[in-house]
Each structure stands twice: as C-alpha cells, then as structure tokens.
Design a protein around this ligand. Structure first.
Ligand code: SAM
Length: 260
C-alpha cells in the first residue's frame, strides 16, 4: 500500500513513522508512506497556505488553490511545478490530460475534519483494502469548502473534539491501517481477536506475576482448559462491552458484526 500525507508539518510524522511496527512495515516494503509539504505548492514569497475568511471572522482558512494543486500533483505523481497556480483549470501536462483531477476520478482521499465520519475499526478495515490512500491534514480554522467538494472522497473525524490540526488524526489512521496489512502483525489472530472485532471490546488480559498487590489471576486462565478459557473470555468481553459501550452491542456504534 502507498499512503501520501499532505501537511504543513511533515516533521510531525518523524516519531510515528519511525517507531515500532510502522517502521518495520515501511522497512519491509509493506507500506510506502510519502510526506508532502503543502508549502511546496504555494505561489508567493511567504509560502502562504492560508488566507482571511470571506465574510470576515476569526482565524485563517487553508487556501483551496494550494490544496487542489497539491492533491492533483500527488494523485498523478507530478512535481509541484506542474500544478502550482492551477486554480482555474487542471494542470496542463504536455497535452496529456492528467489521469486524476479535482472533482473527477481520484484515489481514495481522506480530508480530516471534526464533521467527518468517525474513524472506526470498520472504516480502518475498509481503508486497509485500498492500494492507495491520500490523507489531507487541515490547520487553522479549517479548509476552504471547495477542497471538501473537489478533493475529498472521505471526510473523517478522530472524535468529537477539536484538534489543532489533522496530523494526529493522520498518524492514528496510518497506524491503525498499517497494522492490518498482510504480514505486519506477527500473529494475524491477534488482530481478529481485538476490540471492535465482532462488535465487542476485548476481554481482560493478564501476565506474570501471578499475584500483584494482593490481586490474583482468574484461576480459569491457568487451568489449561482451552474451552473454559475461551468461554470465560467471551463472557468477560460481553460483560465489559455491555457496561461501557452498549452501543457496540445494539449496532449503533463501532464496527458491528455485520460491518466487518
Ligand atoms: N473550525 C473547525 C471546526 O470548528 O470544526 C476546526 C478546525 S481545527 C482547529 C483545524 C484542523 O484540524 C481541521 O481542518 C482538521 O483537519 C483538523 N481536526 C481538528 N479536529 C479534528 C477531529 N476531531 N478529527 C479530525 N481532524 C480534526
């Protein structure tokens, strides 16, 4: 899979991309993550990606011309110079029409916004099946509405709160998607048994020591009876889900069984 990230802070991703299983997946070629600095598509000497909102009001808005040009470059593997300043028309690439154009056919492109579809395990599974993802990180007061219309195939929210930018949402999506790619997790069964799979939260986990500050491990887990262990885990998962996330059981939240 290839993932392109459009951001004004490519440096933000140094930690998340170079740590643990994501770093290993990249090194093994399971995923190719490419970071793009949106300022490479600006036209003025200050490299401005934002401007004052039409109609007035607080804050600045991310410019649509910069974001559309950046998306068309990345979608078509063109250098920034080919699409900078194309607010009025798609890039002219030597007479050949670009394969992907804003408002037309385009790879799966996620624009992060608090108004988007919540990032659930069901959506992560859907995205993990794609060959390509393009992730667009907003900043400031948000992004010119025409980018949502012309560039996004998906609008995604990390949750019901406001972040300063889309980078943390993009990093979360990359990590959640990459761990589902073939060969990334050492044990494929661990992904299938985790929270949200089958519409349940995960059962409690225990490891050594057998006693911790007076608390012991449930005896069934050391009984060696695999069927009893499985039944205990299922019961605890249902109990926990009913207590803290009943919406997962009634199919109104998360990745219900019919969705995965
Ligand atoms: N004014 C916007 C609003 O009220 O919805 C919030 C803008 S926020 C300060 C700047 C950028 O951060 C957004 O364009 C978006 O890309 C990102 N962002 C903020 N909260 C987010 C969330 N919950 N999920 C995904 N992206 C978010």
């Amino acid at each position: 899979m290839r993932i392109d990230v459009l951001t004004i802070f490519p440096g933000y991703f140094a930690g998340p991309l170079d740590t643990s299983l994501v770093a290993t997946a990249r090194a093994r070629g399971a995923v190719d993550v490419r970071l793009h600095d949106l300022r490479d598509w600006t036209t003025d000497r200050h490299r401005s990606v934002d401007d004052a909102p039409y109609g007035g009001g607080a804050g600045m808005v991310m410019r649509g011309d910069v974001l559309v040009a950046a998306a068309e470059s990345v979608w078509n593997d063109l250098p920034p110079s080919a699409t900078v300043g194309t607010a009025g028309a798609p890039a002219d690439v030597g007479g050949a029409p670009p394969r992907y154009v804003a408002g037309g056919a385009r790879p799966r492109t996620v624009v992060f916004t608090p108004r988007g579809r919540p990032l659930t395990q069901a959506l992560v599974r859907e995205l993990a099946d794609e060959d390509r993802l393009v992730l667009v990180c907003g900043r400031y007061e948000g992004i010119d509405e025409r980018v949502h219309e012309l560039v996004a195939t998906d609008e995604v929210s990390l949750g019901d709160y406001v972040l300063m930018g889309g980078e943390v949402a993009a990093a979360a999506m990359v990590e959640a998607v990459v761990r589902l790619l073939p060969g990334v997790l050492g044990n494929a069964a661990s992904a299938a048994e985790e929270s949200f799979e089958g519409g349940l939260l995960e059962h409690p986990l225990y490891t050594r020591p057998p006693e911790l500050r007076g608390r012991t491990v449930p005896p069934v887990l050391t009984s060696g009876d695999h069927a009893a262990v499985a039944a205990w885990r299922r019961a605890r998962a249902e109990e926990r889900t009913r207590a803290v996330r009943p919406d997962l059981l009634d199919g109104t939240g998360g990745a219900g069984p019919e969705e995965v």
